[in-house]
Design a protein around this ligand. Structure first.
Ligand code: 3PG
Length: 306
């Protein structure tokens, strides 16, 4: 009997786990659920006899993969797979997949929610501002970016996007203005919403060069990864521009410094919250188990990332 381990420090909503359990039962897989575990050792111990592993942002290091002698597949129930050591997986003939699109509306709703929160001064009772009529730039027009664009249009915002991997016609078919460089996007848009992945090319790539170009009352919105920000330069931009704000789904390492100096110009979720809805958990969790089933029963490797 094939063994599946669901290992989530940040648990799925109960409905998602029930759905995964039902599919495992009907497919004849043995399911173990390891939630809110404490440290890598617990994961290393639990994964030892697993054939399939489902995780969220949990770190699937070489040590984890090497400890799992029977492991055939890891599904990151979500979009970004920077938490999985792809080289170690490939060396061990482990297929790694993600579940793109399944949690993107949830993340996009949080991006706009944080924008409203900041624009209204954290609901402090004073006059705030509206999003209607303001410019927003979508930096990378993937699943989350497209959802942010859709919702931002509903707010009456003017939406721009930059994505070197998506052709202009596709972006403009959504009523979004495509620009040809990141510089042009930051120069044009009061709000910029980040949707780039975290990898060797993008780490620390957002800093002074782009942020200093933004128009007045600039707001950087980060529901991507904190690692893509150059935090030293972020602090310099905060110091130079008293009209600059940063809102992010997960606090940067320099959060205390920002909080001490720049009240009213930041908001950070206390825990990464973007994908934390019942709908997103069910979507990503069920997709993950179905993709494992598809791989084992039909050799289907759609969404393989290694
Ligand atoms: C993703 O990459 O899918 C999101 O960042 C969500 O991550 P999470 O599953 O850890 O909430």
């Amino acid at each position: 009997m094939k063994k599946i381990l669901v290992a989530t420090v940040k648990p799925f909503a109960p409905d998602a786990v029930t759905g995964i359990r039902d599919i495992c039962k009907s497919a004849g897989y043995d399911l173990t659920v390891l939630e809110k575990y404490d440290g890598q050792d617990a994961l290393i111990e639990a994964v030892k006899d697993a054939n399939g592993l489902i995780v969220r942002s949990d770190k699937v290091t070489a040590e984890v993969i090497n400890a799992a002698e029977n492991l055939e597949v890891v599904v990151r129930a979500g979009a970004g797979y920077d938490n999985v050591d792809l080289d170690a997986a490939t060396k061990n003939n482990v297929v790694v997949m993600n579940t793109p699109g399944q949690n993107s509306n949830a993340v996009a709703e949080l991006a706009l929610g944080m924008m409203v929160y900041l624009a209204r001064g954290g609901f402090n009772g004073k006059s705030g501002t509206e999003l209607k009529g303001k410019t927003i730039g979508i930096h990378a027009y993937g699943n989350v970016g497209q959802n942010v664009a859709r919702i931002a249009k509903g707010f009456g915002m003017e939406v721009y996007a930059f994505d070197p991997f998506i052709n202009r016609a596709e972006i403009e078919a959504d009523g979004v203005k495509a620009v040809t460089s990141a510089e042009a996007l930051y120069e044009t848009c009061q709000y910029v919403s980040l949707h780039i992945p975290s990898n060797e090319k993008t780490k620390a790539s957002i800093g002074t060069a782009l942020l200093s170009k933004m128009p007045q009352n600039a707001v950087l919105v980060n529901t991507a990864r904190k690692e893509v920000i150059n935090e030293k330069e972020l602090m310099q931009v905060f110091a130079k521009r008293d009209d600059f704000s940063y809102i992010s789904d997960i606090a940067p390492d320099c959060a205390d410094d920002i909080a001490a100096k720049y009240e009213g110009r930041y908001f950070f979720t206390p825990k990464k919250m973007g994908a934390q809805t019942k709908e997103a958990n069910v979507g990503a969790g069920i997709a993950a188990i179905n993709q494992i089933k598809g791989l084992w029963e039909k050799g289907d490797k759609t969404f393989q990332v290694n």
